[in-house]
Design a protein around this ligand. Structure first.
Ligand code: CDP
Length: 222
């Protein structure tokens, strides 16, 4: 069975998908981590932004990025180095959408993401899981939330529990810039997939949004 969870930046997709996967005994595929690992590899290789659009299959192979199944979803590697815990770095945040819009990057990852999902029950989260990567998924969810609430959650993840208004607004602006880039790109833009159930998590607790999705999957499975 395949469940896809797509939505804008900071809507809680990855943490929700991880918790839902644990509850259901499914594997979790965080596709954003693959885009982030490629971005980190491009930055570490010192490739200049003006060359990114020209990246091709062999160039991407040479970056030696791979996702390997771990106890909890996938671990991301550059060569033999496990970079999973370095992927939320600010430098990666700033550049990932520019890498993710390159058609050769999306083609390169498409096969790898589909391979990752073969033969297992899967919860896949990202921007185009329900539209492009797994269009035949059994259940599709589209998560949304108010931008300021998304910004508050992102800041809380970084240990800032009582941010002032300016901090919330600047984080919300950064998230919305990324949403704009992801929604306006020509290839696999951020969209709600046909048939996806939209869940607005602005006023939901984390537990409640996990529960809502687990129930949805169970109701479709029975
Ligand atoms: O967790 P957050 O919503 O901040 O982002 P993410 O899921 O880790 O994705 C990071 C970036 O990767 C996004 O802003 C997109 O540019 C790109 N991405 C994508 O293009 N397609 C996907 N399926 C997943 C991520």
């Amino acid at each position: 069975m395949i469940l896809t969870i797509d939505g804008p930046a900071g809507s809680g997709k990855s943490s929700t998908a991880r918790a839902v996967a644990r509850r259901l005994g499914f594997r979790h595929l965080d596709s954003g981590a693959f885009y982030r690992a490629l971005t980190l590899a491009v930055l570490e290789a010192g490739l200049q932004p003006e060359t990114w659009e020209g990246l091709d299959g062999p160039g991407l192979d040479a970056l030696d990025v791979a996702g390997r199944p771990g106890p909890d979803g996938f671990r991301l590697f550059i060569g033999t180095r496990d970079v999973t815990d370095a992927l939320r770095d600010d430098r990666v945040n700033r550049h990932v959408s520019s890498i993710a819009r390159v058609p050769a990057v999306r083609r390169w990852l498409l096969d790898r993401l589909r391979d990752a999902g073969r033969g297992v029950d899967l919860v896949a989260d990202g921007r185009d899981m329900g539209t492009v990567v797994f269009p035949d998924a059994d259940v599709k969810v589209y998560l949304v939330a108010d931008p300021n609430e998304r910004a508050r959650r992102r800041l809380a993840e970084r240990g800032i529990e009582q941010p002032d208004r300016a901090a919330i607004e600047s984080e919300a602006a950064r998230l919305q810039d990324r949403d704009r880039a992801d929604s306006e790109r020509p290839v696999a833009p951020l969209r709600r997939a046909a048939g996806a159930v939209e869940i607005d998590t602005t006023d939901l607790t984390f537990g409640a949004q996990v529960e809502a999705i687990v129930e949805l999957v169970r109701s479709r499975r029975d």
